[in-house]
Ligand binder design. Structure first.
Ligand code: ASP
Length: 443
């Protein structure tokens, strides 16, 4: 049994949290490949090391004295290493970084040191081997991952190691040999790649929440963690704004058939959230909660286009979509009717194009054909258990109706993985709360 375990920055913000991570790793013999982020915030007023490193580089770039900020970063690592009594020479590490910096090291290199040093300390503290991401994670020129090369390199490094390794997340190697960063939160991707490379039995992603929550805790008080979620459901929730794993971290483990568990470093015994392709579900499981999660976003616009007898003139739809494509719009919902169609777009993305779009539509389909309604929020209720189960949309609509929330748009595909409703931005918070209560308390 082999588990790849990844720890996020909030689980590594100070020495006591490294100690906690050590206890978690050593509590299970199968946790033999560890990926770490850079230290995060110790409290809400604190700064993430990665952000400080970006700031430090901006100082270097604009010729402002960077030493104070580099010293601040160094002191965070010294504090961690001292607190752990770890075999880590901060003086030497930072002297080497500074030397590279004055010799023109780029932003990617400097920022990657956050994860690099974190992994060095963790490897020393655990007594595991350090395996660098540089030289083991490989990008293509378009920054996509060269999986074949990455998997081969990780596999070989693991086989040559003591069988227990620590790897820094978030960066890798470009085809020209330079070091490059992933996008923010990228250590999740490193963990997923390592799990796929080593054909792990599980990828544990450790964070500071009890799992993926059924709703945004900023909107709902103490939402339940989701026990099981399918990859398809996760994609829907993530797309609608739920912040969980880095989006690009899903496909390596999903393709390799490796389940992912989101675990809480503050409560290691709690089951967390299991993400897998599908689950064996009994009728009684189905009766527990029939909604997996609720997510949403504010700030959409609905564009209504009137065209008589559209149903028999599909050419019009093709032309309209061409206009939208030319403006590079992302369309979130599209529905057609006898005499027209409407689509939903993020207001921000359409703002600077809207007058041009109106003009182009009017020219093609007639004056006054288009109406735009702003301030729409989307709320998605996602569940794999909804399919062919009567009554769910009924109770959703009646709960909103009873609470005086008017539904502006409705969408549900035949796969019945989610029901997405549009409400006014002002009703967004209340709509999420009402639906959460309805589906968890059966109120
Ligand atoms: N430290 C990086 C960030 O703050 C990467 C990560 O934590 O995954 O985005």
């Amino acid at each position: 049994m082999l588990k790849v375990v990844k720890f996020g920055g909030s689980s590594l913000a100070e020495a006591s949290r490294y100690e906690n991570v050590k206890n978690i790793v050593l509590a299970d013999d199968s946790r033999r490949a560890v990926v770490v982020s850079a230290p995060g915030k110790r409290n809400s007023a604190d700064n993430k090391i990665t952000d400080l490193l970006y700031l430090c580089h901006a100082h270097v770039q604009y010729g402002v004295d960077y030493r104070n900020i580099l010293d601040l970063i160094k002191s965070r690592y010294e504090e961690i290493a001292d607190g752990l009594n770890a075999n880590f020479d901060a003086e030497a590490e930072f002297a080497a970084i500074e030397e590279k910096l004055v010799n023109g090291a780029d932003k990617e290199f400097l920022v990657s040191r956050g994860e690099y040093l974190s992994a060095r300390i963790m490897a020393a503290h655990l007594g595991f081997d350090f395996v660098d991401s540089y030289g083991h994670v490989f990008f293509n020129y378009d920054k996509s991952i060269n999986r074949e090369k990455t998997y081969a390199a990780f596999k070989e490094a693991f086989e040559k190691s003591s069988g227990k390794i620590v790897v820094p997340g978030f960066y890798g190697t470009m085809p020209d040999g330079s070091l490059a960063l992933m996008s923010r939160g990228g250590s999740d991707i490193t963990g997923s790649l390592l799990a796929a490379a080593l054909n792990a039995d599980k990828y544990e992603n450790w964070t500071d929440v009890p799992g993926i929550l059924m709703a945004d805790p900023a909107l709902v008080e103490n939402p339940y963690p989701i026990p099981n979620i399918s990859y398809d459901e996760l994609r829907e929730l993530t797309y609608m704004g739920a912040k969980v794993l880095h989006e690009a971290s899903v496909s390596p483990v999903r393709d390799a058939g490796i389940p992912v568990v989101i675990k809480d470093t503050g409560n290691p015994e709690a089951p967390g959230t299991l993400i897998a392709e599908k689950f064996e579900e009994s009728e009684s499981d189905r009766d527990k909660f029939y909604i997996t999660g609720i997510a949403g976003r504010k700030g959409f616009s609905v564009v209504d286009v009137h065209y008589e007898d559209l149903a028999h003139n599909l050419e019009v739809l093709r032309q309209a979509l061409k206009i939208l494509e030319n403006h590079n719009l992302v369309i979130d919902q599209l529905s057609t009717g006898v005499d027209g169609f409407n689509f939903l777009v993020p207001t921000d993305s359409v703002k600077s194009h809207i007058y041009a779009i109106i003009a182009e539509f009017e020219e093609k389909f007639g004056k006054g054909c288009i109406t735009v309604t702003d301030n729409i929020a989307l709320v998605a209720c996602v569940s794999r258990l909804m399919a062919c189960r009567p009554g769910i949309s009924g109770s959703l609509f009646s709960a909103l109706g009873k609470n005086d929330i008017s539904i502006r748009t409705i969408s549900q595909g035949a796969s019945e993985l989610n029901i997405i409703i549009g409400v006014s931005n002002d009703d967004y918070k209340k709509a999420v709360q009402v639906l959460y209560d309805r589906f968890t308390k059966r109120g």
